[in-house]
Design a protein around this ligand. Structure first.
Ligand SMILES: Cc1cc2nc3c(=O)[nH]c(=O)nc-3n(C[C@H](O)[C@H](O)[C@H](O)COP(=O)(O)O)c2cc1C
Length: 161
């Protein structure tokens, strides 16, 4: 067993395959922002809750934690480049034509696997991240092949057993 440090912890967490989502919101003055996340999971069925974890260091941190709504977009293999863009600080993340307005007026990604539009239910401190709990208001499901993030890179699902 190795003694835990940051590097080993990151490597260890990379052993857990996850989906990748792009989380988006719009501020009351119309500014759109978002970030890529793998720390996403469903939380409750009744009420329908999900959670996503946002680093305290994110430029978009204040816009999310003070916001009332956010959308979670599960990406497929066509959206790898977009996921890297949303993981890059200081770029114009909404300059492409990949977006549409969701039922709640949130910016969502057209043709991703799933978009969930949520009301912010709670936020909780979680170390150097904030846990955003959303109550799902609308779900838009699309066909497509989801992407898996494993050991620091994207993998496609190749078979079904
Ligand atoms: C595959 C992948 C998964 C990520 N997962 C998370 C995550 O779960 N939470 C998080 O806060 N940042 C995560 N990041 C990093 C953020 O997307 C990145 O730091 C982003 O630029 C933060 O937003 P900002 O540009 O507003 O600072 C991830 C990045 C990648 C490429």
């Amino acid at each position: 067993m190795s003694k835990l440090n940051d590097e080993i912890f990151k490597k260890a967490m990379g052993k857990f395959p996850s989906g990748v989502v792009i989380v988006t919101t719009i501020t009351p003055n119309g500014e759109k922002c978002g970030f890529t996340a793998s720390a996403f999971t469903s939380l409750s069925l009744d009420p329908p809750l999900i959670l996503v974890c946002l680093a305290n260091s994110a430029d978009c941190y204040n816009n999310f934690v003070t916001g009332e709504k956010f959308a979670v977009n599960v990406i497929g293999h066509q959206q790898h480049e977009l996921a890297f863009k949303f993981a890059t600080k200081g770029v114009d993340k909404f300059d492409g034509d990949e977006f549409e307005d969701g039922d709640s007026g949130l910016p969502i990604i057209s043709n991703c696997i799933l978009s969930l539009e949520c009301n912010m239910k709670n936020t909780f401190e979680g170390g150097d991240h904030e846990i955003l709990v959303g109550e799902v208001q609308h779900a838009k499901l699309n066909e497509g092949t989801p992407s898996i993030w494993y050991e620091g890179s994207f993998r496609d699902i190749s078979s079904k057993t």
